[in-house]
Design a protein around this ligand. Structure first.
Ligand code: GMT
Length: 377
């Protein structure tokens, strides 16, 4: 290892792929000997077991009665500066431009420019928030003033440049999976609880936000299950869950669909499945499809955002236009009926997840960025 770094990490700790990526990255950096300080409003949900190199600092928000909105952003900025000073941090790596990068830049002003700020864009901070005229200039400011900016796909880099007219270099750092956690698990006995031996299992995991188009999952499954005995597992919860339940009921498919709710052991559940469905309207990367890939499960997804950078059509899964559930169902049937094709795709999935998107590679890319901004190449 070059120098041991002291790194502060801020993310949304309780939900979503960005929190998972930030937490897993912190754990891997700590394993490599760096000192990692998570500075968030609650304990990151994937933090797990104790590690001597990992520290957690909770941001407490002042709810003084005159504040209509408790000022979380100011409390975070102040905490970032405090921790940076107390612990002698080299840099803050913040996930999401708004508000985290802005808070980190305030902390940098308070502490001095030796404290570097690395910002990672995950998607909705650009694909949703950068369309909001009231936030656009602030996001551009956060990006331009960060010492380095990374994004999770080429597509997100392109969209950031287009939407915000940014010239500054943006580094690509794909999402990654820890192959010690995501691999095909032996789930033979658990599988019996979900499906009969001749039934196939399809799975969808998300936060059930409208952008995930969860009803397309139901329609795709309905078409597949007409021809192939199969089951569907829904993992996660969110605003569109009740719509999904209604549609499943309407189609008379309740006995074939299991709603698992929020689950921790995603690798175990993924290993049960034959196919993952991800028909999102927009997806800057699609971490969950990578997690599936690492468990040897091909994904049928929409041809949206950064998904084609992850899934190679016909090799590690299949892509269809957004909303084209007939095509998605046809691809599912194609794979489920042809064992040889399925096996080839499964092997390609495992290979791609373990090479292009492996934890060692991407962690090293982030480390290089840290050393670069610190002038310690
Ligand atoms: O997909 C979500 O709704 C959660 C969101 C988040 O903020 O955690 O995920 C975004 O970041 C992930 C990690 O980089 C990406 O894999 C997801 O594709 C991205 N989601 C969207 O772009 C909609």
């Amino acid at each position: 290892m070059k120098d041991r770094l002291k790194i502060g990490i801020t993310c949304y700790p309780t939900l979503g792929g960005s929190g998972v990526v930030a937490t897993e990255l912190g754990k891997l950096l700590a394993e490599k000997g760096h000192e990692v300080h998570f500075i968030t409003h609650s304990m990151p949900f994937r933090l797990g077991k104790f590690d001597k190199n990992i520290f957690y600092h909770e941001v407490e928000v002042n709810d003084y009665y005159v504040f209509k909105y408790p000022p979380y952003d100011l409390s975070l900025a102040s905490k970032l500066a405090q921790v940076a000073q107390m612990e002698g941090l080299d840099l803050l790596h913040v996930h999401y431009a708004i508000p985290h990068a802005v808070c980190a830049l305030i902390a940098q002003q308070m502490v001095g420019s030796n404290l570097k700020v690395v910002t990672t864009l995950h998607g909705t901070d650009i694909t949703v928030l950068a369309h909001d005229e009231s936030l656009k200039d602030l996001i551009r400011f956060a990006i331009n003033r960060s010492d380095a900016v990374t994004a999770v796909s080429e597509d997100l880099i392109r969209e950031t440049r287009e939407l915000l007219a940014i010239d500054k270099p943006i580094d690509l750092a794909y999402n990654f999976v820890d192959k010690r956690v995501y691999y095909p698990r032996d789930v033979a006995s658990l599988r019996k609880e979900f499906a009969k031996p001749d039934e196939k299992i399809m799975i969808h995991i998300s936060n059930f936000r409208p952008v995930k188009r969860v009803l397309d999952v139901v329609e795709t499954f309905a078409l597949v299950s007409q021809d192939i005995p199969s089951r569907l597992l829904f993992v996660g919860e969110g605003p569109d869950l009740s719509k999904v339940h209604c549609r499943v009921k309407e189609l008379g498919l309740l006995d074939k669909v299991t709603f698992c709710g929020k689950q921790d052991d995603v690798a175990q559940l993924l290993s049960l499945a034959d196919i993952m469905l991800l028909p999102s309207e927009k997806e800057s990367f699609g971490l969950v499809a990578l997690e599936a890939m690492a468990c040897g499960v091909p994904t049928i997804a929409s041809n949206a955002g950064g998904i084609p950078e992850l899934i190679t059509h016909g090799e590690t899964g299949f892509l269809a236009d957004i909303g084209d559930v007939e095509k998605m169902a046809a691809y599912a049937k194609l794979m489920l009926r042809d064992e040889k094709l399925y096996d080839t795709i499964k092997k390609a999935c495992l290979h791609r997840a373990r090479t292009t998107f492996c934890n060692e590679l991407i962690t090293a890319e982030y480390e290089d960025i840290y050393y670069r901004v610190l002038g310690r190449m």
